[in-house]
Design a binder for this molecule. Structure first.
Ligand code: AMP
Length: 366
């Protein structure tokens, strides 16, 4: 199918990422249909929603029958659910990249295979296995579920032998992985994009601050040319390995001048929301361009940007817009503790100005 024939995009998941993909896609003349279990998911205000589970192959097939190309905004789409998508209907990014990102063990093995530095780790299936693993890894360590862990869910830091049992019991029942705890100096992410014809572009590194495992703040560009080059080299290896199409993210720990890969996301990423206003072409538009085989948009930063996530509650629109350079994004979700409801991006000419305006930014301390 040529790009010109693609008019309707199917998106598995209608969360805020799907909604922002649709907002970018509409400008390119595309329409969106989503698959989501919730009728009031954020994408529903922009496109139609087919109600159903991501894991239901019949629902995924129904979505496929209504669209020209399928993408996704959630990482936990089981690859088995894609079985009934007709062979001639593109599903992008590729399903094997999706699968690798779903299992922390497979992801670590991929990093090793592609010679991308990552944390030391051991697979854990039992309490005895955990004791063996901690012996090899040492304290402190982080015990994580291999699957379905995100935003800090499904993980426990283990600092002493007294914490072994409670950490195991909290996560038991699921296959686990034990990682060394990295006393990192900072966390950064690289967002790359590769289109169907193999062109690749990268955004400047973003520096990310998490609290309780949830991203709170991203500041970009993170000005370190050596780390930028290294991150691009690693992300390129993964994208080429999968003959990837779409936006692709790797999150890293930075320690003593080294990048240590934590995880990948085969999709647009929260740490790249700043690119909507802070880069020549936002990540959402570039994802659409990439999967349609269109020329990629330029990715350089137009100034210095910060992205503040609004978690659990939204600050007042007026308070955010009163700050020069600030842009407000409301995903239209019901407030709930720990839930990402929206974000703001602040774009300034200089880093100094950015940090100054950020000091009193609404919602940053909630
Ligand atoms: P994850 O779900 O793996 O992205 O973890 C969420 C956050 O928890 C990371 O962004 C880090 O801030 C922290 N974290 C996860 N794994 C480790 C680790 N091995 N060492 C130190 N901090 C970690």
């Amino acid at each position: 199918m040529t790009t010109g024939n693609i008019k309707t995009i199917g998106c598995v998941g209608a969360g805020q990422l799907g909604r922002m993909l649709a907002l970018a896609g509409y400008r390119l003349g595309l329409k969106f249909v989503f698959l989501d279990k919730s009728a009031d998911a954020p994408g529903g205000q922009i496109g139609d929603i087919i109600l159903g589970e991501f894991s239901d192959p019949a629902k995924v097939a129904e979505l496929a029958s209504k669209v020209d190309l399928i993408t996704f905004d959630v990482e936990n789409v089981p690859v088995e659910a894609l079985a009934r998508i007709p062979k001639d209907k593109p599903f992008l990014p590729p399903a094997d990249a999706l699968a690798a990102g779903q299992d922390r063990l497979a992801e670590k093995e991929l990093f090793q295979k592609l010679k991308i530095p990552t944390t030391r780790y051991r697979s854990v299936d039992s309490m005895a296995g955990l004791e063996e693993a901690i012996h090899a890894i040492g304290y402190p360590a982080v015990l994580k579920t291999r699957r379905l862990g995100y935003d800090g869910r499904g993980q426990r830091v283990i600092r002493s032998p007294a914490e072994l049992g409670s950490a195991f019991n909290a996560l038991a029942g699921a296959p686990l992985i034990l990682e060394e705890f990295i006393p990192f100096e900072r966390e950064v992410s690289i967002i790359g994009v590769r289109n169907l014809i193999g062109d690749i572009a990268f955004y400047p590194l973003s520096e990310n601050t998490h609290r309780d495992g949830i991203l709170r703040l991203s500041i970009a560009p993170y000005p370190d040319r050596r780390l930028q080059g290294l991150a691009q080299k690693y992300a390129r290896r993964v994208m080429e390995h999968f003959s990837y199409a779409g936006v692709f993210t790797i999150e890293f720990f930075v320690r003593k001048g080294r990048l240590i890969a934590n995880e990948t996301a085969p999709r647009v990423h929260n740490s790249g929301h700043w690119t909507i206003e802070g880069a020549v072409t936002g990540q959402f538009e570039n994802h659409m361009r990439a999967i349609l085989g269109l020329p990629l948009g330029e990715t350089w930063a137009v100034g210095y940007s910060a992205m503040v996530n609004f978690i659990g509650s939204m600050p007042k629109l007026e308070a955010v817009l009163a700050i020069p350079g600030a842009h407000y994004h409301d995903y239209g979700k019901e407030p709930r503790p720990g839930r990402k409801l929206g974000h703001a991006t602040l774009v300034c000419k200089t880093r100094k100005e950015l940090l100054k305006r950020l000091r009193k930014f609404p919602g940053l301390d909630n």
